[in-house]
Design a protein. Structure first.
Ligand code: NDP
Length: 397
């Protein structure tokens, strides 16, 4: 049992708060803090029962964070703000000897580039302080990393080929919307693609490589190769991997809008002058796009995310597919958010539970596949994300 300080009250944060609030035997006290306190108050009110205290904090400011952590005295800080805040929150955790968990790796505001090196550089300082940092505990990264660790532990002597497949077959009935923070989402998708092959990273054009893949209970969807952060830690932690790739589905409408957004300069992340005011076009675009946290009401259909793995077991080749399908409608009914927020928030709260129970707790900075996958997967279905396995099937990849 312990106290938690959650930072960030967006779509993902709403789910995390719901899930943690439902477990008073694990989370004795929950403080929800964000830049805009009224959003925290709204989440707390919806959950009800005085389970959640709220606070205002600018998570770009280490001193403000330290003051809040010293006041709340949490055992764990759960960061579901934006990737820009990862390092300031980790600094504040170090200053106050408090453990840390997040769902997305650090990204500098002025370059759309994400990699773990900045956060891995904190390993020794976290070790020396005797505190734990758990990185990337959403769905992807997060559950996909745990799925890979589970496959390595139980089903393979050697994982050789890993393909992470992320399908959103839902329909929100909007012309264009992103499923999580639009700024972070568009920065991610418009980057060059990258995959790992024979010890090297191979770069591709943005969404250049694509093919139809079949998803369980959904059917065929065009899937695009892109870089995703868990590839970086998984090829390091499972060195038998010869090739690792990440695929995500996009509809034609989405891609057409994205192309137009880029062509007209609205995906730019540098400042432009507008009537004497400096604005970043992509941040302005975020302000006029639908709020991902409020897409849930008319969202129909499923997400399907999993790992397709080929490798060796007892000297023989084996294929294995482990995945979860999540219903947008069911996610909305339970938490008022859509399935992308839900599939990120549930594992985040579960990782926090693993920490509170002392199961995922060791000084240093860790990716989720560094921990035992079994207790996490034993709880994942109960927490709303049941998972399934298929053996020796055609992986299509
Ligand atoms: P939202 O934009 O909906 O919410 C972000 C929250 O962080 C808001 O409450 C926002 O406050 C707050 N915030 C932003 N900047 C600051 C700051 N400087 N100080 C304090 N609070 C701040 O994002 P999502 O909920 O969609 O995403 C949250 C995180 O989850 C992101 O890091 C995203 O990358 C990650 N994610 C991870 C996935 C995974 O599977 N691993 C999948 C999807 C998302 P305000 O309302 O005032 O702007």
């Amino acid at each position: 049992m312990g106290k938690v300080l959650q930072i960030g009250a967006g779509g993902v944060g709403t789910v995390v708060a719901h899930k943690m609030a439902a477990l008073p035997e694990v989370f004795s006290e929950i403080t929800l803090a964000s830049r805009t306190k009224s959003k925290c108050d709204a989440v707390a009110k919806k959950i009800g029962g005085d389970r959640i205290k709220t606070a205002q904090v600018d998570a770009d400011n280490v001193d403000e964070l330290v003051a809040l952590i010293n006041k709340v005295k949490p055992d764990l800080v759960v960061n579901v703000a934006l990737p820009y805040q990862d390092l300031t929150i980790m600094e504040a955790c170090l200053a106050t000897h408090t453990s840390y968990l997040d769902t997305a790796n650090y990204e500098p505001k002025d370059v759309a580039h994400f990699e773990y090196s900045w956060q891995w550089a904190y390993k020794k300082r976290f070790e020396d302080a005797g505190i734990t940092a758990i990185l990337g505990c959403g769905f992807d990264p997060g559950v996909t990393s745990v799925f890979t660790a589970y496959a390595a532990k139980h089903h393979f002597d050697e994982i050789q080929y890993l393909d992470i497949v992320d399908c959103n077959a839902g329909n929100h009935h909007k012309a264009f919307a992103t499923n999580f923070n639009p700024e972070i989402n568009i920065r991610e998708i418009t980057q060059k693609g990258r995959y790992y092959q024979d010890g090297k990273w191979v770069e591709t054009g943005a969404l250049e490589i694509h093919k139809g893949l079949n998803y369980p209970e959904i059917g065929e969807r065009e899937s695009y190769l892109m870089f995703h952060e868990e590839l970086e830690s998984l090829v390091k932690n499972f060195p038998t991997i010869k090739r690792a790739r990440f695929w995500m589905t996009f509809g034609q409408e989405y891609l057409t809008h994205l192309r137009v957004i880029q062509d007209i300069g609205m995906a730019r992340i540098d400042e432009v002058d507008f009537n004497g005011v400096k604005i970043v076009p992509l941040q302005f675009l975020k302000a006029v796009l639908p709020n991902p946290g409020e897409l849930g009401e008319n969202y129909e259909g499923y997400t399907s995310i999993g790992c397709r793995i080929r490798g060796l077991k007892d000297g023989k080749e084996r294929t294995y597919y482990i995945y979860n399908n999540c219903s947008h409608e069911a996610a909305y009914k339970e938490t008022g958010t859509q399935a992308v927020s839900y599939t990120t928030g549930v594992p985040c709260a579960l990782g926090a539970e693993m920490f509170m129970k002392g199961i995922w707790k060791k000084p240093g900075v860790w990716n989720v596949e560094d921990f035992d996958p079994d207790p996490f997967l034993a709880r994942l279905g109960e927490q709303g994300l049941p998972w399934h396995e298929k053996f020796d099937v055609d992986l299509e990849l």
